[in-house]
Design a binder for this molecule. Structure first.
Ligand code: GRF
Length: 216
């Protein structure tokens, strides 16, 4: 069966990109990565694309007069690669409403919190400051507002009393690396249907859409 082509957009380290590359290497996985796109030439994650022999491109947002022009260049590159899905894996630019509407329900983003709590940057520091007992990560379809859109899958991770930002980030990250491939696999096999704010995962009951990992 032909695999669905995905583009992965990054800005930095690329550990989630690596998790997606590894997942796509498994026989029978329904997606393949056709393009890795970074807005920063120095993004370390580009090395994962190089090592895996995946086409990669740098599109520097600073070269464009405005967001729409940058978004259009991204769209052109993604379409030229034949991608039908876009994964935002630590991509630090907001995509505008024209682009997100054009790619509605075909852009997946990962965020290291249980959305809609703790949208935005410095997530783990704010989680610790708030004293919450659980945090986690979320993969969701993208809407124009930051870290907004219908939730595909979440994983809960307990906050330990002795956690600092780095420890907590690492523990959440290891779970991110599990749920992003899961969500991409569902999307690529056409199992996701969006109904308002809700994402229905076809072929399974609601609990499979909530992936809890208390041992993480
Ligand atoms: C991850 O924590 C992701 O949830 C967030 O940015 C970070 C990217 O990390 N959106 P990496 O580049 O995938 O290692």
């Amino acid at each position: 069966m032909a695999r669905v082509k995905a583009a992965v957009l990054i800005s930095g380290r690329g550990s989630n990109l690596k998790a997606l590359i590894d997942a796509c290497a498994a026989p029978g996985f329904p997606a393949e990565i056709a393009l890795v796109l970074s807005n920063r030439a120095e993004a370390a994650g580009l090395d994962y694309a190089r090592a895996a022999g995946i086409a990669h491109v740098v599109i520097d947002h600073r070269q464009f007069p405005d967001r729409e022009a940058f978004d259009a260049a991204i769209g052109a590159a993604v379409e030229a690669a034949g991608a039908q899905l876009i994964c935002l894996a630590g991509f630090m630019r907001l995509l505008g409403p024209v682009f997100t509407e054009q790619w509605r329900d075909r852009i997946l983003n990962i965020h290291p919190s249980l959305l809609p709590a703790f949208r935005g940057l410095d997530t783990h520091a704010r989680v610790l400051a708030a004293g919450v007992r659980f945090t986690g990560c979320t993969v969701h379809f993208v809407r124009p507002a930051m870290d907004d859109g219908p939730i595909i899958v979440q994983a809960a991770v307990p906050v330990q009393p002795d956690d600092d930002e780095q420890r907590l980030a690492q523990r959440v990250l290891s779970v991110e690396h599990r749920i992003f491939p899961l969500a991409l696999g569902w999307a690529a096999s056409g199992r996701l249907r969006v109904d308002g704010n809700h994402v229905i995962v076809d072929g399974c009951q609601e609990p499979e859409g909530v992936f809890i990992n208390p041992a993480a």
